[in-house]
Design a protein around this ligand. Structure first.
Ligand code: SAM
Length: 197
């Protein structure tokens, strides 16, 4: 599959024009290892080394859609891996503060280099309890599966903010509200685990 076909496929899934445009702008091949570059536009996860993967484009589009991105936000991605999703967020949310946290040092370093001209900051560390130093966030995206929703992440979310997190095999979106949080669950996804240190 080439980039054009992937974009067509995402379009046929009904994702917004903004999301399709972001996938068009960002080169996935910049985020995959040399030996896998020819597979950059198949709609599958790909190995990025250290036992980790760059997520499937469809799954990424699904999560970005739930994040309801707009400009002028503070955004955190936990498990930023190759940096591909951060680059997409950077396209979808202008004039925002965009942070990534990644526990594998080599991946944090490689992604920092690839994204050096983008408006993103990547921290090397355990993000299972969020990234307190820059909280509160308007959006938190977790790119690895937790066993349950970590309470600390909700504490680091602004009111009216959105947390999108895979919990076991479901993607959960939570809108933090003053009264009762609005929670939705979408089953049928597979993620690498969120490692809790
Ligand atoms: N969004 C990433 C991308 O675009 O490449 C996807 C990366 S992969 C599906 C999930 C990442 O979560 C892995 O790189 C893994 O090392 C990281 N991870 C797992 N547990 C973590 C934790 N507690 N803190 C930070 N990163 C973590």
């Amino acid at each position: 599959m080439d980039k054009k076909q992937l974009l067509e496929e995402l379009k046929s899934e009904g994702f917004s024009e903004d999301i399709i445009k972001a996938f068009e702008q960002v080169k996935r091949e910049d985020f995959v290892p040399e030996n896998l570059k020819e597979f950059s536009y198949i709609d599958e996860p790909l190995s990025i080394g250290k036992g980790q993967t760059i997520s499937q484009p469809y799954t990424i589009a699904f999560m970005l859609n739930l994040l309801e991105l707009k400009d002028n936000l503070k955004i955190l991605e936990i498990g930023s891996g190759s940096g591909y999703v951060l680059a997409l967020i950077n396209e979808l949310s202008k004039n925002s503060k965009i942070y990534g946290i990644e526990r594998i040092k080599e991946l944090a370093e490689i992604s920092r280099e690839v994204l050096k001209n983008k408006n993103t900051e990547i921290v090397h560390g355990d993000g299972s309890k969020g990234l307190k130093q820059h909280a509160l966030y308007d959006r938190i995206l977790v790119s690895a599966a937790a066993d349950k929703i970590p309470k600390k992440l909700l504490e680091q979310l602004n009111y009216n903010g959105i947390l999108v997190i895979p919990v076991r095999n479901s993607i959960i979106s939570i809108k933090k509200l003053y009264r009762e949080n609005k929670i939705k669950e979408y089953p049928g996804f597979v993620f690498v685990p969120l490692i809790e240190e």
